[in-house]
Design a protein around this ligand. Structure first.
Ligand SMILES: [Zn+2]
Length: 113
């Protein structure tokens, strides 16, 4: 059963997802799936970690999330899809730049491959 609140969150995430998929020119379909916090095992092997992550191949992708998706999460995960060769720090910096939360100086720390 989905409560009204969850329904609104889902719709909001869908709107943000399609907006950023257009902006980042992502061609493959990406869906989102809420997953139980207890299905997630962290790097340390503890169950119950909070997680947002994307799994994708050439045909399709899915953003798994244990908590409500923020716009920052969506941009971040879509950047992984758009730029599979980028390192985590590059994705973080570009996410900040796109959301205009960080000074442009952040880009100077990028180390192009
Ligand atoms: Zn990441």
């Amino acid at each position: 059963m989905v409560s009204g609140m969850d329904q609104r969150d889902e719709e909001r995430a869908e709107v943000l997802l399609s907006k950023w998929m257009r902006r980042l020119r992502i061609q493959i379909p990406i869906r989102t799936e809420r997953t139980s916090i207890w299905q997630v095992v962290g790097e340390s092997g503890r169950a119950g970690c909070s997680l947002v992550g994307v799994v994708f191949d050439e045909q399709t992708g899915c953003i798994y999330h244990t908590r409500r998706l923020k716009e920052e999460d969506i941009v971040h995960e879509l950047l992984h899809v758009a730029h599979p060769d980028w390192r985590e720090s590059e994705v973080v910096n570009e996410t900040n730049r796109l959301l205009s939360r960080a000074p442009q100086l952040n880009r100077l720390s990028l180390n192009p491959a």
